[in-house]
Unconditional design. Structure first.
Lengths: 113, 115
């Protein structure tokens, strides 16, 4: 079993829809939770960053972390065709062997006009 | 500001041949990472450098993979000999330091195909 599980999709939605992307993780040592966006033939770029449990909002994007259930989510409001990409969740501990990013497999999202 | 630069962008080789990838991190970034990304998977860390020192190479297959960052700036990742299963994208990333609060910036990757 992987430490970070993510449904690979693909997910196809119409423009303007609300998108929900999710990951689960197994290691309680993880304290930092990130969402990266990766366009085709590009490297990942950081979208959202959350420490411990809670919500964080940035424009159309909202990240949620529930450490009690080891569940992390990314919501995209008013989705746009330019949001079409692969979304990777990542977890990280604070020290020792977990002081590195552990990525999920990524979810491919397609937003069609 | 220039981002992380990687070359070549694409490489096709036959199995058992050697191959090398080059990375130039963002200026001033002390920490450099090499990741492996297989098709349909997330990146997996191969090695992390703090300046010239490799501080985490536990996932680097040392029988065929090697890396160096001699002057604490740019870095080279080498595979010798390459195997069919090495076909993947090799990503380089850099950050100011290795702390969890420091954002990692990724390069575009080198896509390796081993025939």
């Amino acid at each position: 079993q992987k430490e970070v599980e993510q449904d690979p999709g693909p997910l196809s939605v119409p423009e303007g829809a609300i998108v929900s992307l999710n990951c689960t993780y197994s290691n309680s040592a993880f304290q930092y939770f990130m969402w990266y966006r990766q366009y085709s033939r590009k490297g990942p770029e950081l979208l959202m960053y959350t420490y411990s449990s809670g919500n964080k909002e940035d424009g159309r994007f909202t990240a949620q972390v529930d450490k009690s259930s080891k569940y992390i989510s990314l919501f995209i409001r008013d989705s746009q065709p330019s949001d079409s990409a692969t979304y990777l969740c990542a977890c990280r501990g604070a020290s020792g062997g977990y002081n590195k990013l552990i990525f999920g497999a990524g979810t491919r999202l397609a937003v069609h006009p | 500001e220039a981002g992380v630069v990687q070359s070549p962008r694409y490489k096709i080789i036959e199995k058992k041949q050697p191959v090398a990838f080059w990375c130039n991190p963002i200026s001033g970034h002390n920490t450099l990472y090499w990741y492996l990304q297989n098709l349909g998977q997330g990146p997996e860390l191969l090695i992390r450098y703090e300046n010239e020192e490799a501080v985490d190479d536990s996932q680097l297959p040392k029988d065929r993979f090697s890396a160096e960052r001699l002057k604490g700036v740019d870095s080279t990742l080498k595979i010798q000999p390459a195997e069919l299963g090495d076909s993947a994208v090799y990503l380089c990333a850099s950050s100011l330091t290795g702390g969890a609060l420091n954002e990692q910036f990724f390069g575009p990757g080198t896509r390796l195909t081993v025939l």
